[in-house]
Design a protein around this ligand. Structure first.
Ligand code: ADP
Ligand code: MG
Length: 256
């Protein structure tokens, strides 16, 4: 892909649900081609933020720009067409289908344009199917699940399912990947392996990654920059080393 990652700029974002302010004026910038972490205790507003970026939730006010394009007024499929893909905190895979078929689902955004003509030209359709399978295999190799392509998802470990979920998002060739709690429920060993994978994905594909995480140690060795939310507000931002020492961050995490 020749598409380039752009800067993501979140400016004074507010989201209210009835009387609850899930986000109260949050701003941060994800530089192109970096790994940026959005962390904070449960209920801080992290998932809400991803939901606005992906178009699932509407912002009450504020703006989000991906490059020159304002996202908050666009429907989810238009945001996906701009190269923004996401995973979910709770997996959204087809459990009976194979890993390969789950990854091919992620190709639909790319393939949509060409489908009608393919039906009339079988040799070309077969060639394109081979290309699609090769693309999916390359992504699976990057994620270390290429040996599992023929397996049904329900036979996989939880950690491998998380990789399939990430692979399906990557199959759409995003320039910005949004990951919601990529290591939730994983063992320490699995988390560290996932950090290596996320770093490899960023370096190999050159995209930007915004990851939401509850687990602070996990993001420390991985993210170049960290934004910390608490009760819908940004309480700190900086390098992992800086935010780790910030008294307000320690207070939010330790509840003291
Ligand atoms: P986090 O992902 O950091 O744990 P969330 O973004 O899920 O936090 O939630 C932030 C706040 O917004 C919480 O108080 C939560 O109950 C509320 N919230 C999130 N989504 C909705 C929704 N769809 N309807 C009502 N309240 C919501
Ligand atoms: Mg969440």
């Amino acid at each position: 892909s020749t598409a380039e990652a752009r800067v993501l700029r979140v400016d004074d974002l507010q989201v209210r649900f009835g009387g609850i302010a899930a986000l109260s004026g949050v701003s941060f910038t994800v530089e192109a081609g970096t790994v940026h972490a959005l962390i904070g205790p449960n209920g801080a507003g992290k998932s809400t933020c991803l939901n606005v970026l992906g178009g699932a939730y509407r912002a009450t006010s504020g703006s989000v720009h991906y490059g020159d394009t304002e996202l908050t007024t666009l429907p989810a499929h238009r945001i996906a067409d701009l190269g923004v893909a996401r995973t979910f905190q709770n997996l959204s895979l087809s459990l009976e289908a194979t890993v390969e078929d789950n990854l091919l689902v992620g190709r639909h955004r790319i393939m949509r344009a060409g489908t009608s003509s393919q039906a009339l030209r079988l040799p070309r359709a077969r060639k394109e199917e081979r290309t699609e399978r090769a693309t999916v295999r390359r992504i699976a190799t990057l994620l270390g699940i290429d040996g599992l392509l023929d397996r049904s998802v329900h036979t996989l470990s939880y950690g491998d399912r998380k990789r399939v979920e990430m692979g399906r998002a990557l199959a759409a060739e995003p320039t910005l990947l949004l990951l919601d709690e990529p290591v939730a429920g994983m063992t320490h060993g699995e988390s560290m392996a996932m950090a290596d994978t996320i770093r490899a994905v960023q370096q190999e594909l050159g995209l930007s990654i915004l990851l939401v995480e509850h687990d602070m140690p996990f993001v420390m060795g991985l993210a170049e920059r960290v934004t910390v939310l608490d009760f819908g507000k940004r309480i700190a931002e900086g390098s992992p080393q800086d935010v780790q020492r910030d008294p307000e961050v320690l207070r939010a995490y330790l509840g003291t």
